[in-house]
Design a protein. Structure first.
Length: 173
């Protein structure tokens, strides 16, 4: 069961990477509207959230005192290398933590912002949060791509071909 969570995190990690790869470097910092977020800002937020939640996951509150969430949304320019490193750093913490858990740990209790949750509930909550931000990244990337968009799932008109050989669901690679 822990492995199911690990696979979901990896699936969304790859989805985000594949979307970001289709965006020109300068577009990573495009803020689409007042109070909006660029892809770089969203990546910084996701990375900060994952690092905070999964550092000392079982033993300390998931909202760490060293995290500055407000700064995650401050507008600034990021290089592609910075965006990729932040993305990788966040998911590295998740993988390291989940690799150390057992299925029995899913019933244990953790705390996030002083709220007690089972590990299972905390993981569900984290995946939902991260997935919503990956969806934002995909939408922004699709709008900002400077070449024809390469579908990250089943392209329009491709359902019959996909259903004949459904291979893209697992691993996305």
């Amino acid at each position: 069961m822990v492995n199911d969570f690990l696979l979901e995190y990896d699936r969304y990690r790859v989805l985000g990477e594949r979307a970001i790869a289709q965006v020109p470097d300068a577009a990573l910092n495009h803020v689409p509207s007042p109070d909006g977020n660029s892809i770089g800002m969203i990546v910084r937020h996701v990375s900060g959230n994952l690092a905070s939640r999964f550092t000392e996951f079982l033993t300390s509150d998931g909202e760490k005192p060293w995290r500055d969430r407000e700064t995650e949304f401050a507008e600034r320019s990021f290089t592609r290398a910075e965006v990729e490193k932040m993305w990788e750093d966040g998911f590295t913490v998740v993988k390291r933590t989940l690799d150390g858990l057992t299925d029995a740990d899913l019933a244990r209790e953790v705390t996030i912002r002083h709220q007690p949750l089972t590990v299972h509930a905390a993981l569900c909550r984290s995946i939902a949060h991260m997935a919503s931000h990956v969806g934002q990244i995909v939408l922004l990337a699709r709008e900002l791509a400077d070449r024809p968009w390469q579908s990250l799932s089943i392209p329009r008109g491709g359902s019959a071909a996909y259903n004949a050989a459904p291979t893209r669901e697992r691993g996305l690679r």
